[in-house]
Every structure is written in structure tokens, then in C-alpha cells.
Write a new protein. Structure first.
Length: 347
């Protein structure tokens, strides 16, 4: 893929960001071979698994059996891929067992920690991943999330500690309708959890879809920057017809766009990120990861509560838009080149 001319010079000592993608965004059939072929063709070397068709049935990563995991592990090696994080739904359950009109599950936390969190850790070990993506629990729908921060901190601390014992980083994603629905709440959660293996994920589309403009998105990013280690690259155009009630109807979200034309302000955010990239890169490497990931999750053909889809063409558009933004901001990144192909062939 040809790179546009950089608008901002890149200092020689500025570490590159690592490009990645949720692989299921790429494949019409969700077949693992199609997912991996698209990522390899785009020049990506990292991915996060979420929904996969290994043997004819689409399953969430949490539902794969040992034989399916073994197949995925073999295929990721064949396509020269490594796992960024396990794209788990951990933390997307109710914090309290109350009927709030939503379809969200409630699971007693001790059982949740023993069963589902343990399963996510097992997936990480099976695919040689160092990180699990997760969330901050649903407070009762329509209520203020702030009174629920303390209980969420207790449960997220337990998850992070369980992950730490297994050498795993827990990456907490900002998302509407959850307790950690904006940068301020995410920063408060991270500060109170205070576990070294917990980092935060910024996702611009998850902010702008709450009808926040680019300056508000920048402010939400900046307030959680101290705890950041990972970006999801998604963008959204604010819906002027949406009557904001404080709750996002996730099935209504239709305005996902590439990162260089949305309302999340990625240009502003990346110019700020460039100044702080060395510190974030050191943070991630101290945790045993190769650096800071920027992961495509564009939802260009639709998205909802537990995933989204872009197709092979949409993921290509999203990848090129991200590269244009990084070039403009003067942030280095790497895609596969001929030397990578030569190395794969043993030359």
C-alpha cells in the first residue's frame, strides 16, 4: 500500500504505533481463512479475534472448543499474524440484578469470575495473547453511573488481579451505556482500581456516538490519557435528529464512517498523541507488549452491542483512512513489505 506524503516530520526516535484490526470486521462469511487473508493483504500483522467461523458455524471466541482454537492458532501462524487482544465481551453484563427494561444478562460475580473470566484467560493462553479486551459493567439503564463506580471498581479489580496472576493485561474499553461511558469515568475507574496490568482503551466512535463533537472527544481522550495503552479506531457522524436521553440505542447507530471524516476529531487527538507516544509505548512494553496498538474496528457496514461489520472493502477503506491520518500527524507505523515476505519464506 502506497503511503501519502507526510505533512509532519517524524523524529527518528519516535516509536511506531502497531496497526491491528478486529478480524471479523473483514469477512463476509466470518470464515477464519477469509478474515486472515484480508488482514494479510492489507499488510497487518496483528488482529483481535471476536466472531469466527472455524468449522462451518460462527462462534464467539469464548465459545470455541480446543480443536477450533488449535486450528485458529495454526492458521494465524500460516498467515503471519499475532493476537493483539482477545476480543471478549467480559464486563458486558449487569452490575446489579435488577429489571431495567434491557436484555442485558446478570451473572453472580463469583460465578462470572470463575467461569467466564477464566474462559477469556484460557483463550489468551491458547492463542498466545498477552491482553484481553473488556468492559466496565452495565449500571441500571437510565440511571446515573456515578453511584455505581465503587462496586464496579471492586469487580474490575478482581478481574485485573486474576488476569495478572496469568500474565495477562486487562484492557478496559470506553463505551456508551456502561459505567465507563466517557473519559472522565474511565479515568476515575482506572485510578481507583490502581492495578498495574489494567490499561484503558480509547474509542472515538464510542464517544461521538453519544452526540459529542470533536472538541468534547478530544477532552475525553485527554482526561483518560494517563491510563491509555490502546486505541480502537472507529468514527461516527453525529445524528442531528437524535434526541439525546443519556442512553444510546445501539441498534440505531448507522452513521459509522472512516476515521478521517467523522466527528471524533482523530486529527486533533493524533496530534496530541504524538507528543505522548513515547511514554505510552514504554508503558506497554513494560507490561510485556510490543508497543501501542491502534486497532481498526470501523463498523462501516453496521454495528451494534456486541460487534460490527465492514467487509473486506470497508476494512480496506478504513485502513487507508487511518494511514492518511497518521501520515498527516507524523506518527510512524509499519505495514508488511517485501522484507517481511522474504523472512516468511526463510530468505
Amino acid at each position: 500500500m502506497a503511503k501519502p506524503t507526510r505533512s509532519t516530520p517524524v523524529p527518528a526516535d519516535l516509536p511506531p504505533v502497531i496497526l491491528s484490526a478486529f478480524s471479523d470486521e473483514a469477512a463476509n462469511s466470518k470464515s477464519v481463512v477469509e478474515q486472515f487473508a484480508v488482514l494479510a493483504a492489507l499488510g497487518l500483522q496483528y488482529y483481535s479475534p471476536r466472531f469466527l467461523n472455524v468449522t462451518g458455524e460462527v462462534k464467539n471466541i469464548m465459545k470455541l472448543d480446543k480443536a477450533e482454537l488449535k486450528t485458529v492458532r495454526q492458521l494465524q501462524g500460516d498467515y503471519g499474524l499475532k493476537v493483539t487482544s482477545i476480543g471478549s465481551p467480559i464486563g458486558k453484563v449487569k452490575l446489579l440484578d435488577v429489571d431495567d427494561g434491557s436484555h442485558n444478562r446478570f451473572v453472580p460475580f463469583d460465578k462470572y469470575l470463575k467461569d467466564e473470566v477464566a474462559t477469556a484467560i484460557d483463550r489468551a493462553h491458547a492463542l498466545e495473547a498477552k491482553m484481553i479486551r473488556g468492559f466496565s459493567f452495565y449500571h441500571p439503564r437510565g440511571t446515573d453511573p456515578k453511584p455505581h463506580v465503587s462496586k464496579a471498581v471492586d469487580q474490575l479489580s478482581a478481574i485485573a488481579q486474576k488476569c495478572a496472576k496469568e500474565g495477562i493485561v486487562y484492557a478496559l474499553e470506553v463505551e456508551a451505556n456502561l459505567i465507563g461511558q466517557n473519559g472522565q469515568l474511565m479515568a476515575e475507574l482506572a485510578r481507583k482500581i490502581d492495578e498495574p496490568n489494567l490499561i484503558c482503551i480509547f474509542d472515538g466512535g464510542n464517544i461521538s456516538s453519544q452526540n459529542y463533537d470533536c472538541l468534547r472527544c478530544l477532552a475525553e481522550y485527554q482526561v483518560m490519557r494517563k491510563h491509555l495503552g490502546y486505541f480502537h479506531i472507529k468514527d461516527y457522524r453525529i445524528d442531528p435528529t437524535l434526541e439525546w436521553t443519556g442512553v444510546v440505542d445501539e441498534e440505531r447507530l448507522k452513521n459509522f464512517v472512516p476515521a478521517d471524516i467523522g466527528d471524533s476529531g482523530h486529527e486533533l487527538i493524533f496530534r496530541d498523541l504524538r507528543e505522548h507516544l513515547p511514554q505510552i509505548d514504554r508503558r506497554m512494553k513494560k507490561l510485556g507488549l510490543p508497543g501501542m496498538f491502534l486497532e481498526l474496528e470501523p463498523h462501516l457496514k453496521g454495528g451494534g452491542q456486541f460487534g460490527g461489520f465492514s467487509g473486506p472493502d470497508g476494512l480496506g477503506v478504513a485502513c487507508r483512512s487511518l494511514c492518511r491520518l497518521l501520515d498527516y500527524a507524523g506518527i510512524p507505523y509499519e505495514l508488511r513489505g517485501f522484507e517481511h515476505i522474504r523472512a516468511a519464506r526463510g530468505f
